[in-house]
Design a binder for this molecule. Structure first.
Ligand code: WTA
Length: 638
């Protein structure tokens, strides 16, 4: 029996979930049949978590852009595919229909080919949130080039690391990007990054802000000039490259517990199937709905739920260039009213910061078109959940609390809007096809309800990470080595009496600051670059708006003339090395760090002190020098 693509009732969910676990291959075979394939697969799945080696829809051939665009031309040519709302509300918004998107993606795919880009080449996209960003991404996918989007908030040094790791030869960027009152000089940042990347052949620059840039002869070209060349060629259609289901679609870098970000690799077939399936089911998308995801396309949420999921489903996806608090804290609500948005998907950190602005910005806002609300990226506290429910959803919009990761490609645990029950601050139940388990430190499965443990997944799903670019062993060690035959998420989790999952946060050395993943080791490496810093240790602490703030303990070797200035210097160093998102909130100078006899920093103690715990620091008997703990406690920054 084929499964219906969209689950519409709790009974159906229960039934389909059970079958999807009993016969996963039959289930996914039937879900994948809803897409347009050049050639169907010979086999649904081949896998082991040992190496790992995971392949979905073997020998299936497709191009994801034919699914995102071409197949909608028959019925939806004039329907908006993308609505773009500019940073400045006085500038006109833009609407791009499916037929216009088809035209523009074909055109830019020709630009890429004219500039030498071929199937398999790595293309870095470092742009602001303008419509040309999804166009560039889709053009890469059409040509079969591997896109690697870098968030506009990363510094030159972070970009260099990523370009070198992926041996990127082509870059698409903008002169600058508008974000609120700021104008970020993207091209200048790229130029700094490229000083150590001689292997980059071409940089295509879109003009957005009109800021002065330096264009290097033979390397840098303007987007508009290149489009003109294609126009002179008569705008030929670009026949989409035939891709194998397991060909790489994109690389997206994310932080782990080691010092270096890793390039998560997603492939064409499985990612397409899962991003679309999860989009349609979690948000209960209905034809004609306008979907507004506030994420930046530089993160996985933007990839899956601004571009690929909604477009594959034939939805209208709204993208916003600016920030929630500019020109005032009512901007999201204005956009919802202006474009009659039906589904709104944002991060708890945004909700908390808007909540902190009070109800004034909500005065005169209608919001009556809203049907579904969503959150992603970090645990949502009950207070924020209720505020969202009451003041935005007016108590009639289901809130989906969606748990997932860059590595999972799509939403894994979430209620399905209006179909399965929600519970404040709980991601609730897994999507059909997803098999979560909780394990103890030794990897024993913890069964039953009302328990907690480390969250793992015991069976593959189509958009599971395939490898970390250029270093498969790293992928194995990070996700598949902690517990045999399980994918380890790095998250701690509770399962309540009814079987609902509640994610409690990372159990590894990864911070979640305003919904952004940041490795403590990365921040420490950056702090240690400052002259005078001998050693540092970074931990997270609860922060009202950001969820977690960054607390740094620093041993400094010079006499501190002005500790405040030195703190600012250190924070500026981190901004320069990683980007402003990784700037420590608090820096405490210390004489020593609590270490075990084998020299390992006991972060557990530092974390407790940063959280404000003074007495119950746990076992300190294994410490080399217990005195430092008292000193650190006394010098705590409030
Ligand atoms: C956290 C973002 C609680 C979690 C899509 C995960 C969440 C990390 C939730 C992945 C949620 C994401 N509730 N925590 N609904 N969603 N997380 O890769 O710690 O940027 O491991 O992907 O965010 O972050 P990433």
């Amino acid at each position: 029996m084929p499964f219906s693509f969209q689950i519409r009732s709790l009974d159906e969910y229960t039934h389909v979930y059970e079958q999807s676990i009993r016969e996963p291959e039959t289930f996914w075979d039937s879900i994948a049949a809803n897409f347009s394939w050049r050639k169907t697969w010979d086999k649904v799945l081949e896998w082991n978590f040992r190496e790992p080696n995971i392949k979905w829809f073997l020998n299936g051939k497709l191009n994801i852009t034919e699914n995102c665009i071409d197949r909608h031309l028959k019925d939806k040519a004039d329907q908006p595919a993308l609505i773009w709302e500019p940073n400045n509300p006085s500038e006109d918004h833009r609407v791009i229909t499916y037929s216009e998107l088809y035209f523009k993606v074909n055109q830019f795919a020709n630009v890429l080919r004219n500039n030498g880009v071929k199937k398999g080449d790595r293309v870095c996209v470092y742009m602001g949130m303008v419509p040309e960003l999804p166009i560039a991404i889709l053009a890469c996918a059409r040509i079969g080039a591997i896109h690697s989007v870098i968030f506009g908030g990363f510094s030159a040094n972070s970009i260099t690391d990523r370009l070198q790791d992926a041996q990127v030869e082509y870059i698409i960027t903008c002169d600058g990007a508008y974000r609120g009152a700021k104008d970020i000089p993207l091209k200048n940042i790229i130029d700094d990054a490229l000083v150590s990347c001689p292997f980059v052949k071409k940089v295509i620059v879109l003009q957005r802000t009109g800021t002065a840039v330096s264009m290097i002869k033979g390397r840098d070209v303007w987007w508009a000039d290149e489009i003109e060349i294609v126009e002179q060629m008569g705008n030929p259609v670009f026949v989409a490259e035939e891709m194998d289901a397991e060909d790489v679609l994109f690389i997206l870098y994310t932080s782990g517990s080691t010092g270096k970000p890793k390039g998560v690799v997603h492939t064409c077939g499985g990612y397409m199937v899962y991003a679309t399936y999860s989009f349609v089911n979690v948000f209960q998308y209905q034809p004609g709905d306008i979907f507004f995801c506030t994420a930046d396309i530089g993160w996985i949420t933007g990839h899956s739920y601004i571009i690929y999921g909604p477009l594959c489903a034939g939805a209208t996806s709204l993208m916003f260039e600016g920030i929630p608090t500019w020109p005032d804290a009512g901007r999201f609500w204005d956009i919802i009213d202006k474009h009659k948005v039906n589904s709104f998907y944002t991060a708890p950190t945004a909700i908390r910061s808007l909540m902190a602005n009070g109800l004034e910005p909500l005065k005169d806002k209608d919001l009556s078109t809203l049907k579904v609300l969503g959150t992603v990226g970090e645990p949502i506290n009950e207070e924020a959940w209720h505020w969202y429910d009451e003041h935005i959803g007016k108590k009639h919009c289901p809130i989906v609390d969606t748990w997932w990761q860059t590595e999972t490609g799509g939403i894994m645990i979430s209620n399905l809007a209006g179909v399965t029950p929600s519970k404040p601050a709980h991601a609730t139940l897994p999507l059909p096809g997803i098999q979560p388990v909780l394990v103890d430190e030794k990897g024993n499965e913890i069964e039953g309800n009302g328990v907690s443990g480390n969250l793992c997944i015991k069976f593959p799903w189509p958009s599971i990470i395939r490898t970390t670019y250029g270093d498969h062993e790293r992928c194995r060690l990070n996700y598949f080595a902690a517990y045999p035959n399980l994918y380890f998420t790095g998250d701690g989790c509770l399962r309540d009496e009814d079987g609902n999952y509640r994610i409690t946060g990372r159990v590894d050395d990864v911070l979640n600051v305003s919904g952004h993943r940041i490795g403590t080791a990365e921040v420490e490496n950056a702090i240690n670059m400052h002259t005078g810093v001998v050693e540092s240790a970074v931990v997270g602490y609860p922060h009202d708006l950001k969820g977690q703030g960054i607390y740094a303990y620093v041993i400094f070797d010079n006499t501190l003339h002005d500790p405040d200035l030195t703190r600012k210097d250190i924070a500026a160093t981190v901004s320069r090395i990683i980007g402003p998102i990784a700037r420590p909130d608090k820096i405490q100078f210390v004489n020593g760090l609590p270490k075990t006899r084998s020299g390992k920093i006991m972060r557990r103690i530092l974390r407790k002190i940063a959280e404000g715990e003074t007495t119950n620091l746990g076992d300190t008997t294994t410490l080399l020098d217990p005195i430092v703990v008292n000193e650190i406690k006394e010098g705590k920054i409030n």
